[in-house]
Each structure stands twice: as structure tokens, then as C-alpha cells.
Design a protein around this ligand. Structure first.
Ligand SMILES: Cc1cc2nc3c(=O)[nH]c(=O)nc-3n(C[C@H](O)[C@H](O)[C@H](O)COP(=O)(O)OP(=O)(O)OC[C@H]3O[C@@H](n4cnc5c(N)ncnc54)[C@H](O)[C@@H]3O)c2cc1C
Ligand code: SF4
Length: 572
């Protein structure tokens, strides 16, 4: 996002990307069926999300780039080494943080407040949604903000299992509303949006309009995690990089692994050292402004590895907070089988590759009255139904039927196909001082760069929340007349997904109002190094239940506008 905004604003930009070049248009196996792939497309250690997943050289393990964990920590760090990073295969769930989410400390005395409010960021949420294309609806629910009129694309119609779930959740008082996903349900009105986003900037209007006009609407072809060759979903290489490159202001060097930011005698950033992964040579790129956007923990790693006499504990780390207060999302899930969905007549269950409906957090008032034993909320993502059969399809059938083969097996597959649902909670983690990353004194990666060591601790808020999730999902399944097919734990420590597994890690360079208690100001600018910015999830002060990427993009756009303004007024 930073490269797009700066290039469109007329600045010369050099982007260094550790991974290889990646072109979703040429490389997405759009029409390949799971049955055509090894293991029927199933996941392996080196391809956790399946054979066709877009991830290159990534996952919880990156070849030659290890990380370690302190004793008792099981943090798992997901990375992708490819142009566009994890935006190539993310879930596209794009939820705005709300008014409460920016001021959590003021509400319950836990964690920290952001140095900005929802209203400060709202214009950039609008701009980001308009640019990338997000479907959804405005429901006016508590702490679930509306977008400005005309910004969202129409949501797709709910599927059978989603309608049934909505019906029964109504009885439990759980709202079920259209999900927000960065997928085009119709072509974007390219000329109008480009004019609105870039008033008075003819170059930015032209490149944005041309790039937007080249995007088709989703035709529900394939799981989005493979990437989208028709550019219908948001991924950086199809949505942000083409217009940025078309300005003529952006150069990209791939296979460039940044290891350190350099500074001059005054302590200003002068550029970066990077390893050319093909030649293994140490290279240097100078710059007037340095922006790190290597993902939250990787940017912390670069800062911590950038030591000098002026910054002996790492660049911009006078507060000692670089790497501190990292957060993931709380996750727990439960599956069920719903007899009412058995023997559905064959029908077209196509749709976007993720959910069309979801449940936003609904117990704010109960929580404020102290009726829950955890402080922050979660939303519910759910799926199932008659999707394209993949690896593990009908895996639990024998437990349900006692086992069968031949004609009876076929009949039972037809009967039960589409009757399984899975509910996943995505909840807020409160930052704590035991969850942080630091440089491992003993580890280096294959480029000789010191690696990270993770420390982690959940508080009772996260553990109790995970337990609440599982019990709620079991209640929903039972309300639907179904049977729960997975474990439901009373012990939150058994219910909660391991840290890092939800892949929403943020923090490590938190923003704030005070240089003593934060790393960045509210425009993602280092307090100590004027011309250094961090525009990934590192700046997060809290990690609301809202999946982070839309907020990362909006904050990055706001920070980039600030950079442009500071350069224009010669304040930088
Ligand atoms: C399977 C999956 C599903 C997800 N679903 C959702 C979802 O539905 N909604 C949501 O909001 N979020 C989701 N996420 C999280 C989302 O992908 C991340 O929040 C988002 O991509 C973070 O963006 P980023 O630019 O900070 O980091 P990344 O996307 O990781 O990009 C960082 C880039 O920097 C490069 N890089 C790293 N280190 C260096 C270095 N030293 N030098 C040079 N380059 C470097 C990387 O190669 C990469 O290209 C999901 C993630 C995964 C993996
Ligand atoms: S579901 Fe739609 S947006 Fe996703 S990859 Fe397929 S065509 Fe593209």
C-alpha cells in the first residue's frame, strides 16, 4: 500500500522484496481440481494449506530461515517469501475496527489506547475499501462500523447452510449478517472511484482507473487461497503493484532480503543493507525515507538487528519496546453435523471461497456489566455446505454410520454431503509483557542474519474467551438440531489454538502519544529516527477481534499521505 500511495503521489520508490517475483495471472491454477493434485491437493509440512495454495517458500517453516521459541512457548510464525507476501493467499476477511477497539484501555483498564480514534482512520478505511473492493453491508451494529454510502459492494446471497444457521442463531440472540470480504461481486466503477480517491492527481487517476478496469468480478471459480488470475480478489500483485508500476515511479527488486537499516552521524536513516538471495552478495540501497513493511515481527527483527553506537539496543528502540507486546488472534473452533442439511437436493452451492455471512461480537453490554469472565469480544466465522470436495472429504463419515462400502457408501456420501458445519471464533488478545520477540543470541539464518526468538503467554482473558467460544458453538449446533463432532473443552488452555496459528500476529513497534511508551507516532513514524516508518501490523496497540489486514492497509495509506505531506512541507 505504501509503495502504491507514494508512487501515485509522484515520489520515486524502490521496493525490496525478500521473496521471488510472483504473478497471479500467470501462476494461479484456477481450474485444476483437487483430484488432479498429489494427495488430492491436501496439505503437507511444506504446503500446509494444500498443493494449490499460492504460498511460495512459506508456511510456518521457511527453508533456511528458522526462528526459535523460549522454553514453554509454542509460537508459530507464518511467512511467505513472494511478491505480495501473505496477501496472495489470505482469507480476504476485511473487518473494520470500531470505536471501542481504538480505546480499549479507557473502557476496561486493560492494555493500551491507540493514539488515534476510529473517526481519525475512517476516511482511510473508506478509501481502502473502495480501492481494493470489499463486499458487505452496513448494519449499524454496536462497534461494527458502517462504511460510507456507496463504498461496499453488494454481498453475495447466503447459502442454504448459512440461512439455516442465521435462523437458529436468531433464537440465541446472536446476530448473523453479511460478511465483509475483499472480493469483487461486481466490476468496480473504475473511473468514478479513481477520481474520488485521487482528486486533482491525473497520473494517479489514470493508473488506478486502468488497473481497476482490468479486474473482473468473481465467478466463484476456485478457492481464493490459490490466488485469482482474473484479479477479482484483493492481492497486492494484482491490485496495488500494477498501478504503482504504471506511474513509472516504482522499481522492485525481488530476492532482496533486508538485514539492517543504516543511519548517518545525526541518526537519520540513510538506506538499507540487503542480501541478494541469488548471488548471496551484500548489497546496499540508499534512501531519503526508509519504510519497513516486512510484516510485524520481521520489521521488529530488522530494527533489532540495526544496532549502532547511537542505537545500541536496535534502531528506534530507546523505549525498549521494539519486539514487545506482540499479539495474535484468539482462535477456537467446533464442528457439527446437522441432520436438517442431509439429503439436500443437488443444487448450485457456489459462492465466494469464504463465508457470505458471519456473526459480529454481540455481548458488549453483558461484558460491560461484568457478566463474562473475559474482557474482549470475538466474532464467528463459519463454513461447510456443499463445496467442491477436497482432501479429507467425508473424513468422519464412518463415525456417523458405523462404516460402509459399495452402494451404501455412495448413498451415505450423498446423504451426508453438505451437512457438516464448522464454527471458528476469532477473538481479541490483550497485549501483555510476556509476549514478545527478541534476537536469539545463538541463531542466524542461511543469509547470516540473526533470527528471532519468541516468548508467549496467554492471560485468563484469552483462555476464558476460547472456552466461551467452544461452548457457544456447541449451543448453536445443538439449537440447529445437530450433533457436535469435535471436542468441547472446559479448560480454555485446551480450547485455544496455539499462538501464531491464526496468523494475525501484530505489534512489536506499537504507536503512541509518548516516545517513552511507544516506538512510533500515530503516523507510523519512528519517534527517534525522523525519516523511518513502519507500515505493517507492527504499529498495532491492540488486536481487536477484527482480522487485521484492512486496518494495516488503511493505517499504511494514512501514514503514506503523511510522508507525502511532510516531504511537501520540507518537514522530512
Ligand atoms: C492463510 C492465511 C489466511 C489469512 N486470512 C486473513 C483474513 O481473512 N483477514 C485478514 O485480515 N488477515 C488474514 N491473514 C493475515 C494477513 O495475511 C496478514 O495480516 C497480512 O498479509 C500482513 O501484511 P504484511 O504486509 O504486514 O505482511 P506480509 O503479507 O507477510 O508481507 C510481508 C512481505 O515482506 C517480505 N519480507 C519479509 N522480510 C523481509 C526482509 N527482511 N526483506 C525484504 N522483504 C521482506 C515478505 O517476503 C513479504 O512479501 C491471513 C494469513 C494467512 C497466511
Ligand atoms: S472465488 Fe472468485 S475471487 Fe476467489 S479466486 Fe475464485 S474467481 Fe477469484
Amino acid at each position: 500500500m505504501t509503495a502504491y500511495v507514494l508512487a501515485c503521489s509522484g515520489l520515486r520508490v524502490l521496493m525490496l522484496e525478500a521473496g521471488r517475483h510472483y504473478d497471479p495471472v500467470a501462476e494461479t491454477p484456477m481450474f485444476h481440481l483437487p483430484r488432479d493434485a498429489p494427495l488430492r491437493g491436501g496439505g503437507t509440512r511444506h504446503k500446509p494449506f494444500g498443493f494449490y495454495d499460492a504460498t511460495v517458500d512459506g508456511g510456518w517453516e521457511v527453508p533456511g530461515e528458522p526462528y526459535s521459541s523460549a522454553e514453554g512457548t509454542d509460537f508459530r510464525w507464518w511467512r511467505a517469501r513472494m511478491l505480495g507476501g501473505r496477501t496472495n493467499h489470505w482469507g480476504r476477511i476485511s473487518l473494520r475496527m470500531g470505536e471501542y477497539d481504538f480505546k480499549p484501555y479507557s473502557r476496561d483498564g486493560l492494555g493500551f489506547d491507540w493514539p488515534l480514534s476510529y473517526d481519525d482512520l475512517a476516511p482511510w478505511y473508506d478509501k481502502t475499501e473502495a480501492l481494493i473492493g470489499v463486499y458487505g453491508s452496513n448494519e449499524g451494529l454496536e462497534n461494527t462500523p458502517n462504511s460510507s454510502p456507496g463504498v461496499l459492494l453488494p454481498p453475495p446471497a447466503p447459502r442454504a447452510e448459512e440461512l439455516l444457521t442465521r435462523h437458529h442463531c436468531g433464537d440465541l440472540g446472536i446476530p448473523v449478517i453479511p460478511a465483509h470480504l475483499a472480493i469483487l461481486t461486481r466490476r468496480l466503477d473504475a473511473a468514478r472511484i479513481a477520481r474520488t480517491l485521487w482528486p486533482g492527481n491525473a497520473l494517479a487517476q489514470r493508473v488506478t482507473e486502468e488497473s481497476m478496469a482490468a479486474r473482473a468480478a468473481c465467478f466463484y471459480a476456485t478457492p481464493c487461497g490459490r490466488g485469482c488470475s482474473i484479479k477479482a480478489n484483493f492481492q497486492t500483485p494484482t491490485v496495488l503493484l500494477p498501478p504503482a508500476l504504471a506511474t513509472g515511479n516504482l522499481d522492485i527488486i525481488t530476492d532482496a532480503m533486508v538485514r539492517e537499516v543504516t543511519i548517518d552521524a545525526r541518526g537519520q536513516a540513510t538506506g538499507v543493507h540487503y542480501i541478494d538471495r541469488n548471488t548471496r552478495l551484500d548489497e546496499y540501497a540508499g534512501a531519503r525515507v526508509v519504510v519497513l513493511a516486512a510484516s510485524a515481527c520481521e520489521s521488529a527483527r530488522i530494527l533489532l538487528n540495526s544496532k549502532s553506537s547511537l542505537h545500541p539496543d536496535g534502531l528506534g528502540n530507546g523505549s525498549g519496546l521494539v519486539g514487545k507486546y506482540i499479539m495474535d488472534t484468539v482462535g477456537a473452533g467446533v464442528g457439527g453435523q446437522i441432520p436438517a442439511l442431509e439429503n439436500m437436493p443437488p443444487h448450485n452451492a457456489d459462492g465466494a471461497s469464504a463465508m457470505h455471512l458471519y456473526m459480529p461480537w454481540w455481548l458488549y453490554q453483558e461484558q460491560a456489566r461484568g457478566q463474562l469472565d473475559f474482557a474482549r469480544g470475538y466474532h464467528i466465522e463459519f463454513g461447510g455446505g456443499r463445496r467442491m470436495p477436497g482432501f479429507g472429504f467425508m473424513g468422519g463419515l464412518a463415525e456417523l454410520t458405523g462404516g460402509s462400502y459399495g452402494q451404501r457408501l455412495k448413498d451415505e456420501c450423498r446423504r451426508y454431503y453438505g451437512s457438516f458445519l464448522w464454527f471458528d471464533g476469532r477473538g481479541e488478545m490483550i497485549p501483555n509483557e510476556d509476549s514478545f520477540c527478541e534476537i536469539d543470541p545463538e541463531g542466524v539464518d542461511r543469509w547470516g542474519i540473526p533470527t528471532l526468538r519468541f516468548n508467549w503467554k496467554w492471560s485468563s482473558h484469552e483462555l476464558n474467551q476460547a472456552r466461551h467460544m467452544q461452548h457457544t458453538f456447541a449451543d448453536i449446533i445443538q439449537a440447529m438440531g445437530g450433533r457436535v463432532t469435535s471436542d468441547v473443552h472446559d479448560d480454555g488452555a485446551r480450547a485455544i489454538a496455539a499462538p501464531g496459528v491464526i496468523i494475525h500476529e501484530v505489534g512489536g513497534a506499537m504507536m503512541g502519544d509518548d516516545p517513552r511508551t511507544s516506538v512510533l507516532n500515530q503516523f507510523c513514524r519512528s519517534w527517534e529516527v525522523d525519516n523511518l516508518f513502519v507500515t505493517d501490523g507492527g504499529c498495532f496497540v491492540s488486536n481487536a477481534d477484527k482480522n487485521p489486514t484492512l486496518s494495516i492497509l488503511a493505517l499504511a495509506w494514512r501514514a503514506s499521505d503523511y510522508i507525502v505531506e511532510q516531504l511537501r512541507t520540507r518537514s522530512l
